[in-house]
Design a protein. Structure first.
Length: 57
């Protein structure tokens, strides 16, 4: 997870794909992101799948 401000350029260029975390109410937005076609850990895969399966994104 990383702050939106840190990845704005990569998002604009399509290098990263990001989704906001639902019901997150901090002072700044935090995104879960991943690189396309790169391996991710089983724990992160489960977290990402949970976001997608529960329509949080």
């Amino acid at each position: 997870m990383i702050a939106e401000a840190a990845i704005q350029e990569e998002l604009a260029e399509g290098k990263l794909q990001a989704r906001p975390i639902p019901s997150w109410l901090p002072e700044r937005r935090i995104y879960a992101d991943r690189h396309r076609n790169k391996l991710i850990s089983p724990a992160l895969r489960m977290f990402w799948r949970n976001l997608l399966d529960n329509n949080y994104v």
